[in-house]
Design a protein around this ligand. Sequence first.
Ligand code: PLP
Length: 382
Amino acid sequence: MNIPDDILLMIPGPTNVPPQVLDALGSPSFYHRGAAFKELLEVCTEGLKKVYQTANDVLILTSSGSGAVEAAIVNVLSPGDKVLVIEGGKFGERMKDIAMTFGAEVEVLPVEPGRAADPEVVRRLLSDHKALLFVQNETSTGVRQDADLLAAAAREVGALSVVDTVSSMGGMSIPVDEWGLDAVAAGSQKAFMLPPGLAFVSMSEKAWEAAASARMPRAYFDLVAARKSLAKGQTPWTPNVNMIRALAVSLELIFAEGLENVWRRHHALGEACRAAVDALGLRLFADREHASDVVTAVHSPDGLDSKELVSRVRDNHKILISGGQGELAGKIFRIGHMGCCQLDDLLRTIEATAIELNALGFACAAQEGLAAARAAYQAAMG
Ligand code: PLP
């Protein structure tokens, strides 16, 4: 087997994992129905509530992020419920697919990739919908939605907000209670600095009320069962105990840095990446006002298939960036800057990208890109 373990991951997940977290993953396994696990689950649940900025229940699932998205949907809806889904990229499309699979009556608001939904348009469209489904940070396009305004629009008509924050929770401030988000899904392999394999979902009181009568089929992802087990310090099924142990360590690292500082660092990395894109003469894919602080999508220069750039950066510099997904394949490239990412990691990535662009015949000034990134980072860090 040849799994490269010396590659700097600058993709929007999985991200690099700090050594302390790796140590926890390598520790002996242990029993999930004992006092030690109960204590661990309590610590992790309380930590997640701080990250989510919520007094609501936050449940830990052994699955990838999509499991939490599915759980959020199937626990509050019944077949035939009318929902509005905002679709501006790959993950909005996935939310739509999940809702359709389980029999929701899905209305789609298509949004041009790279743009955020206009909350006013959403307000006008919402009527007797049971829920509004949207991705707060659309990883495929690097777009952040105005989740507060979207959730407010849903509330006006009594609809629930079901929100995918898989790539953003932890890296951006998403005050779940203040914004009134009802069911909020996240995943471990992004800003939480863990490998893939755990997912988190918060449920508001309104979401629990909906769960009491929701009839979409569910078994493994039954959150009522998960809540009952949590009260006993357990999970309904055998959880990935090592990952939960590692989650405790990653939360410790987050709180040691300070949540506000973590969010500030991510914002500064976003600013730095955007400044470098400008200075290199490239074009941001996302509408600047809604550009994500955890992943930056960039138009590939005319005539360049971004797959070639991604391969060269990987092979010549041992840095992995992402290409585009679906219709955007070859047309954009994406740099992830989340989790334990530091300015130096981003600078290495900018330099490598600039070197390879030049080698491919697309002239750009690497030093200007680096200087712009440093300056923007310092300005944002204050
Ligand atoms: N939603 C968003 C916004 C994502 O970025 C991802 C993964 O990249 C997912 C959902 C799916 O998560 P997973 O691949 O962990 O199931």
